[in-house]
Design a protein around this ligand. Structure first.
Ligand code: 26W
Length: 801
């Protein structure tokens, strides 16, 4: 295995970089821009991945091993230079090589734009899973869409979110290989022809799915898998007849139409727009992936009966749910299997992960749209439904109220269905899939999410990495539970000092960045308190902001008390059509303007909200954070993964018993976690009461005052009515119980203040958070999926350590 790693010296590597600068970029060092240097460095790194990549393919083939296919609409990859360099264990060589060429390695690393092909948690989880699959040496492909425009860029204009198109492909993407020979025709619409027992779909339009492959190398460079993203292209690029008639636009219309399918990532991570284009995107990448999987099976001389033994297909939420009907269609219409046999074979391959219980996020397609786009699939969905009704006696239908329900379809077509935290999986059993769980009692299981320790500690927090290496050795990036060995050091004054110094240095780094990139001055000695995630009502950024306003009032009332200086950091985007979320953004910025300009709280309270939060910003902010805000209404955050990243980097949580917070608290210890708020069961009960928010406001002086200030225009003096609607909703409805949890949250924040005032004990808490969250490595998550769902195996054995 070690022969796969072909470590170069810095001199040799500099040579490779220079060759790419000239041969691939066509520049000499005198005329090269930072972009040229970045491309040369990236291509030089990519070269080093080829060997393990080929070797992994060969090994998989020879072992006749089962392959895992992870189907996901989103892969929120971020930057890759450091990721690839460290996984190859070539970071020092790469940095030294660049230095010898007169280049600033860190600056070149930061020049890389994020690959932002995802919205948030679900997409980032897929990227962490790809890293862990490669690290564990499990043969796997990620399948998704090569969006021309990733998640929009967020700007603030007068405090309001403005979106502009993201344009990552204006520069060449260094990591991918275009595969013009790997192309499939994907049909839409049309009719179904019947002859006797057989059916044949005659699509009205077809487009081409064209593959782009990015190798994903694991830790130590022992294994590499493929992320295969599909781009939509026209069957016929250009209509010469139109052109010759002088109809220049019409001549390229076909191309423009076809490319629309992979043009842009839908920016909604919560509400289903029900748009036909979205359904087409889903079918487009799923159908291409399934065809690719069958082609690979055929090329290995296997028959479709072997599928469940050779192939595991994981559906990342319902977005690729059409994989079930598509696989059945190919088996029945093209390979002439019996319907029920085909359904069983498909189910043997498929697993489905549920990522949300929010009713507005559960995909349903109106039958007319579904039928227009996928007429044959609608027939097959009916067959799947009747086979299910017959076999189980279940009353649950897939087609209901004129909709095709993708959650039910996924559940019925999968042999395993999983939630993403213990609490969430319980709620999946008790709520959305209560009846189906009775019908198929062994189908639902839990797989608590995880994060890759390579990106989320080793790379983003280099000083902590070094401290940990010096303290417990270097085995932890591949075996994160070794961090437990840090526990005894939580009693060691020298270690605590060093740990604190690392955090302080990371905070200075952020303070400098805020100064230079956002023109905001913050005191690095203040507590950094961060809530960075998508803006959503259930995540309750509004509660955090109300607490901030209440704290502001309190400081002004008692200016001479012993206040703990705080910087409240917000980060995150709102879906462009989510009006309330956008108002919350506006309010955060309005409150920030007033509080930050108030001389009375200067040095004690500051709000910062840097625009365009993304993966790279998270990598900067998380290592510098003292307090992690995980304050969703219990029962709503399926898992959360930011919560794990903060704890791993030594930031204790203030949080509710929601998602993976529950398991984090169990592991770090209740005394190292600031708990508040209603439980999921209490939330259900409270919602049954009348006027619960009015009652909560009536008993809270602090909350009443903050609400009045907001609705009276204290923070929007030029437009005093601006937040009337937002506050009215809290007074009258408050579905997410901001008002009910407010007082308990405020009290928990004051406990945080006192705990933080004792810096030694705070640092001990921080250390114990880092030391005890090793279980949340995505390596553990993936090992459990492999065992409990996929029956897939590592082909590198114990070598990864
Ligand atoms: C409208 C279509 C749609 C609906 C839901 C798009 C995307 C979604 C996702 C399910 C939203 C999402 O990212 N969910 C998050 O998944 C993470 C990984 O499991 C969890 O940690 C988060 O708690 C969950 O909100």
């Amino acid at each position: 295995l070690n022969e796969r790693r072909n470590l170069l010296t810095a001199e040799q590597f500099a040579e490779v970089i220079l060759n790419h600068l000239t041969s691939s970029q066509g520049k000499d060092p005198e005329h090269a821009s930072i972009y040229d240097w970045r491309m040369a460095l990236s291509l030089a790194l990519r070269d080093q991945v080829i060997r393990p990549w080929f070797a992994s393919t060969r090994t998989t083939y020879e072992a006749e091993a089962k392959r895992v296919y992870y189907l996901s609409m989103e892969f929120l990859v971020g930057r890759l230079i450091e990721d690839v360099a460290t996984n190859l264990r070539a970071e020092d060589v790469a940095a030294a090589a660049m230095r010898s060429l007169g280049q600033d390695y860190g600056q070149v690393v930061r020049d890389e734009p994020d690959a932002a092909l995802g919205n948030g948690g679900l997409g980032r989880l897929a990227a962490c899973f790809m890293d862990s699959l490669a690290t564990l040496g499990i043969p796997a492909y990620g399948y998704g869409i090569r969006y021309e425009h990733g998640l929009f860029e967020q700007h603030f204009k007068d405090g309001q979110q403005i979106e502009t198109a993201e344009n990552w492909l204006t520069q060449r993407y260094a990591w991918e290989f275009e595969r013009p020979e790997v192309r499939y025709e994907i049909g839409f619409g049309g009719t179904v022809e019947k002859s006797g027992q057989t059916s044949k779909w005659i699509p009205a339009e077809t487009i081409i799915a064209s593959a782009y492959d990015t190798p994903v190398v694991g830790w130590n460079g022992l294994w590499a898998n493929t992320l295969r993203l599909w781009a939509a292209k026209p069957v016929k690029v250009f209509d010469l007849d139109s052109f010759n008639r002088g109809e220049y636009l019409a001549a390229s219309e076909l191309e423009a139409l076809a490319r629309t399918i992979s043009r842009v990532l839908y920016p909604d991570d919560t509400s289903e727009a029900g748009k036909e284009l979205r359904l087409k995107q889903e079918y487009f990448f799923t159908a291409a992936s399934i065809k690719d999987i069958l082609r690979r099976l055929d090329s290995e001389g296997r028959v479709v009966r072997d599928l469940p033994q050779r192939v595991a297909i994981q559906l990342n939420d319902t977005h690729p749910a059409i994989a079930g009907p598509e696989l059945v269609r190919l088996l029945v219409d093209e390979r002439k299997l019996e319907m029920e046999n085909a359904i069983d074979i498909a189910r043997g391959c498929l697993g489905y992960t549920n990522h949300t219980l929010l009713p507005e996020a559960l995909e349903r397609w109106p039958e007319p749209i579904f039928k227009r786009v996928l007429p044959r699939h609608l027939e097959i969905v009916r067959e799947i439904e009747s086979a299910h009704l017959k076999a189980s006696g279940s009353p649950v239908r897939i087609l209901e109220d004129g909709d095709v329900k993708m959650g039910e379809l996924s559940f019925i077509m999968a042999h395993k269905v999983n939630g993403v935290s213990a609490l969430h999986s319980d709620l999946v059993r008790e709520t959305v899939f209560e009846q189906l769980n009775r019908d198929y009692p062994d189908r639902i299981l839990n797989q608590t999410n995880g994060i890759t320790p390579r990106r989320w500690l080793h790379n983003c927090n280099p000083d902590l990495r070094i401290l940990i290496n010096d303290t417990i050795g270097t085995g932890w990036p591949a075996d994160l539970e070794q961090l437990e060995k840090l526990v005894p050091h939580a009693q060691d004054a020298g270690f605590l000092e060093a740990f604190k110094a690392v955090k302080a240095k990371n905070k200075v780094r952020v303070a400098n960045w805020l100064k230079s990139h956002h023109y905001i001055a913050v005191d690095p000695d203040a507590m950094f308190d961060a809530q960075i995630k998508r803006i959503h009502e259930y995540k309750r950024q509004l509660m955090n902001l109300l607490e901030t306003v209440a704290l502001w009032n309190e400081i002004r009332d008692n200016p001479n008390a012993d206040w703990v200086p705080r910087v409240k950091i917000f980060g995150g985007k709102a879906a462009p059509g989510y009006v309330v979320a956008k108002q919350i953004i506006h309010l955060i910025n309005d409150v920030a303007a007033v509080i930050n300009a108030d001389p009375q709280v200067k040095g004690l309270l500051k709000i910062v909200y840097p625009e365009n939060y993304n993966v790279s910003m998270a990598e900067l902010l998380i290592p510098a954070t003292n307090l992690s805000e995980q304050i969703s209404t219990a029962g709503n955050e399926a898992s959360g993964t930011g919560n794990m990243k903060f704890a791993l980097n030594g930031a204790p949580t203030i949080g509710t018993l929601d998602g993976a917070n529950v398991e984090i608290r169990e592991r770090v210890g209740a005394e190292n976690f600031f708990l508040f708020g209603l439980t999921a069961a209490e939330v259900v009960e409270r919602r049954k009461q009348q006027n619960y928010s009015a009652a909560a406001i009536a008993v809270s002086q602090r909350l009443s005052r903050a609400l009045e200030q907001i609705e009276n225009g204290v923070f929007s003096p030029g437009d005093p009515d601006r937040y009337q609607g937002l506050v009215q909703d809290l007074r009258q409805k408050d579905y997410f119980l901001v008002t009910c949890d407010f007082d308990d949250y405020f009290a928990a924040q004051r406990r945080v203040d006192s705990a933080y005032a004792d810096q030694d004990s705070w640092t001990r808490m921080a250390v114990l958070n880092t030391a005890r969250v090793g279980w949340f490595s995505s390596d553990r998550t993936i090992a459990d999926y492999a065992k409990d769902i996929w029956n897939a195996h590592s082909l590198i054995g114990g070598a990864r350590q």
